[in-house]
Every structure is written in structure tokens, then in C-alpha cells.
Design a protein around this ligand. Structure first.
Ligand code: PHE
Length: 442
């Protein structure tokens, strides 16, 4: 990513890291996880974890990137003089590789939906959004393989050509637009009969529904949505200008993420109750419910297509960060290798994405551990590799790095936040992550 190193202002850095963070995590994964793990109880845990754990961890990753300034399979060794600690960077690489594998399945679904709705708009297909049957679409391996192939190919083309910057600039327009669209959908969903039941489901924290399992998944959701523990955020910070403002960038990203997650929930749960679906629909939730809301709107089909394109855009700015991390580490920032490496990594991702996709059709009965192959890939990344990467980084930062150097990286400190942050990272966060982690094993 040597092109990225030319960022002159913090804006490029903020756009890229926000682009990486905001994607399927907030819009697709949050609602379906909340549906599986107790609605309001899940939201409450997610908020607590995101603010008390996610935010300081994001600041930590930015700080490490800012003082380390190299790719992440070298940065840990460079900062600590212990080469073997680069293994934390490799952990991140494996995490994003597997993550991209199942992320592309959902990216592929978005592409299939866009094609169908476009055909409806052009009257090639009968024009009713309620005729789109999620189950029959995802059980057709030809569509789904094609969808994810296109999703991976677009991502690969962008990374290969090194044109992420253009995309990041476009996100200045696309993300606010997505926000507006979400608000409109929320408005419509709230006007449906029975909507309030859904609002209650999402916002009422029924503490009794909190379980060890749901806590683990809420923590995993915070990690996933903020791209934590994969070293992806460290990479972006390592290319940013020295003067960038770490804390405000992290705070902006956290707030945007929380907002989009809640809006997605408010778009889906009221409609879900109104249309008589169950919250436990799983990964297909958003794809089943939203077309029905759009159908109730004037120009619904047109609006739905625009919404899907914005959604695809948000997913792509995340998937390019997934691929970019592998490419920048494997090429060690040597741009002459970029083309080849991007293609090879993409092919490998495509290969592992096929069994993930088949989890919704031919292999849906093949379950073990956390569920289907898809569920296990997600579990491995969100609940094991990401927390592990973050835990290891807190240990490096708290135990091995020089406090003065960290303080410099942390930057101007008008509100005297360095010490509370340092105490959190050194003593509190490793213990909490470890605790949740160990409890899941029991
Ligand atoms: N945070 C991204 C999302 O919510 C996913 C992601 C995870 C991207 C880790 C990069 C690294 O969609």
C-alpha cells in the first residue's frame, strides 16, 4: 500500500479506516445477531463492549500503527525487538483471509439482489419485491457462486490497481447517502402496523436474557464491526500522517458504527414483527425483511436498488481492506508484486468461500462446533482470532512498549485521557478479554 503512504492529511486515513469499519458488520450482522441473542439484551452488551472495550482498543491499534509505521507482519518485532511477536500480525492475516471468505458470500447475495431488482425495474422480471424468495436464491449454487465471484473480482481489481483512494473519496458521498436511505427505511418500518413491538424488542434490555454465550457473541460483534484484532486498523494508521488525531478519528468511527447498527435494527425489527417473521432468522434476516418494507413505499423498487448499491459500496470498502491487509503483508509493500499477489490471494479466498456458500444449500446439514461451515468460519474469526489478536496486542502495548513512546503516539491530550486509557489497556482490557475467552471454552 505504498500509495497510501502518501496521505497528506488525516482525511484519507479517516475515510479509509471508517470505510473498513462500516460495512456488513453494522448493517447485516448486527441485526441478525441481535435477533439470535435476545434483542435489547444484545444491544445493551454490544453498546457497553463497543464503548468500553472497542473504543480504547481502536485507539490502541491506531497508536501502534502510528509509532510502528510498517506493515503488520513486521511491526510487532520492530517495536519490541522480539521477532517472534510478528506472529500476532500473521494471526491478523489469517483472520482477514477467512473473514473475506465468508464476507464474500454475503457480498455475492447483494450482487444477486441488485441484478434481480434491476431486472424488475426494467420489466424483465415481474415487478414485485415480495416475489424475491431468499431461500430459492441462496439454494441455487450457480447464482451464488457467480455473485461471490463478481464480489471478489471487483475487490481484487480495486486492490490490484491500487485505486482505493478513489473509492475512499467517493465514500464521502456514499456513506451519508446510505445514512439517509436508512433513515427513510426506518421511517417506513416504524409506520407499519405492529411496529412498536419490534422497537420494544430491540430497545428493551431484558437483562435476564443475557447469557455467557450472548456476551461472547456481543463482544465478537464489537470486534467485527470495528475491524479490531486483525491489525487492519494498525495498517491504516501506519500510513497516516504523523499529525493525525487518533482519538477523534476512533470516536467518530465508533459513533458512526453504533448509529448504523441501531438504524439497521430499527429498520428491520419493526418490519419483522409487522410481517410476522421470527427474530431468529439468521444470516438471511436483512435480505428477507427489507424488500417487504421497500415494497410498501412509493417507487420502492427504484429506492431498493439504490439502497442495495450503497450497501454494496459499504461492503466493498470493507472487503478491500480485508484483501489489502494480506496483499500489503505478502508483498511487503513492494508494488511490483502487487498484481500477482492480489490475484493469487483472491483465488484462494474464492476457493474457501465456496464451502461457506454451500452452508446455505448442499452443506446446510453438515454442522459441527458453532453450526454450519459458514457459522464456524465466522466463529473462528470473530470469537477467537480477533479477540486473540487484540489480547496479544494489549499485552505487547501494556507490558513491552515504552510508556513515553506510547504517550507521544497517543498525541495531544487536552482532556488528560492518556493515563486512564493506559490503565485500561495495561490492566483491565486483557483481563476482560481473557475472561470472556476462557468462559466460552468451559
Ligand atoms: N468491520 C467490517 C464490517 O463491519 C469487517 C472487517 C473486519 C473489515 C476486519 C476489516 C477487518 O463489515
Amino acid at each position: 500500500m505504498s500509495k497510501q503512504s502518501q496521505w497528506k492529511t488525516s482525511t484519507g486515513f479517516i475515510l479509509a479506516s471508517a470505510g473498513s469499519a462500516i460495512g456488513l458488520g453494522a448493517m447485516w450482522k448486527f441485526p441478525y445477531m441481535a435477533g439470535l441473542y435476545g434483542g435489547g439484551a444484545f444491544l445493551l452488551m454490544f453498546l457497553i463492549f463497543t464503548i468500553l472495550i472497542g473504543l480504547p482498543l481502536l485507539v490502541m491499534e491506531f497508536t501502534v500503527g502510528k509509532i510502528g509505521r510498517t506493515y503488520t507482519t513486521e511491526i510487532y518485532g520492530k517495536l519490541t525487538n522480539r521477532k517472534w511477536l510478528n506472529i500476532i500480525g500473521w494471526n491478523g492475516n489469517i483472520a482477514v483471509f477467512v473473514l473475506f471468505g465468508f464476507y464474500s458470500v454475503i457480498g455475492g447475495w447483494i450482487i444477486i439482489y441488485i441484478s434481480i431488482v434491476l431486472m424488475q425495474l426494467l420489466h424483465v422480471l415481474p415487478q414485485s419485491l415480495s416475489d424475491i424468495h431468499f431461500e430459492s436464491i441462496i439454494s441455487n449454487p450457480v447464482y451464488t457462486v457467480l455473485g461471490q465471484f463478481i464480489f471478489i473480482s471487483i475487490t481484487c481489481a480495486i486492490v490490484m490497481l491500487g485505486v482505493e483512494k478513489g473509492l475512499e473519496k467517493a465514500s464521502k458521498v456514499m456513506i451519508p447517502l446510505l445514512f439517509i436511505f436508512l433513515l427513510v427505511v426506518v421511517g417506513k418500518a416504524l409506520s407499519l402496523e405492529g411496529a412498536m413491538e419490534g422497537v420494544k424488542y430491540l430497545l428493551e434490555p431484558r437483562i435476564s436474557e443475557i447469557t455467557m454465550e450472548s456476551m461472547l457473541f456481543a463482544l465478537g460483534q464489537s470486534f467485527f464491526a470495528l475491524s479490531l484484532g486483525t491489525t487492519g486498523m494498525i495498517t491504516y494508521a501506519s500510513y497516516a500522517p504523523k499529525a493525525m488525531t487518533i482519538k477523534s478519528s476512533a470516536l467518530t468511527i465508533v459513533i458512526m458504527n453504533i448509529f448504523i447498527s441501531i438504524l439497521a435494527g430499527l429498520a428491520i425489527f419493526p418490519a419483522l414483527k409487522a410481517f410476522g417473521y421470527q427474530p431468529q432468522e439468521g444470516p438471511g434476516l436483512l435480505f428477507k425483511v427489507l424488500p417487504l418494507v421497500f415494497e410498501k413505499m412509493q417507487f420502492g423498487t427504484l429506492f431498493y436498488v439504490i439502497f442495495l448499491i450503497l450497501f454494496l459500496f459499504a461492503a466493498l470498502t470493507s472487503s478491500i481492506s480485508l484483501l489489502e491487509l494480506n496483499v500489503s503483508n505478502l508483498t511487503q509493500n513492494d508494488n511490483s508484486k502487487r498484481l500477482k499477489v492480489s490475484i493469487w490471494v483472491s483465488i484462494a479466498v474464492f476457493i474457501i468461500s465456496v464451502p461457506a456458500m454451500l452452508s446455505f444449500s448442499a452443506l446446510s446439514h453438515f454442522t459441527f462446533g458453532a453450526g454450519t461451515i459458514f457459522d464456524n468460519m465466522d466463529y473462528l474469526v470473530s470469537n477467537i482470532l480477533m479477540p486473540l489478536g487484540a489480547l496479544a496486542t494489549t499485552l505487547v502495548v501494556g507490558q513491552l512498549l515504552d510508556r513515553q513512546q506510547l504517550k507521544q503516539g497517543f498525541g495531544a491530550d487536552r482532556f488528560k485521557l492518556f493515563y486512564p486509557w493506559y490503565v485500561l489497556v495495561k490492566y483491565v482490557l486483557p483481563l476482560i478479554i481473557l475472561l470472556v475467552f476462557v468462559l466460552q471454552l468451559i
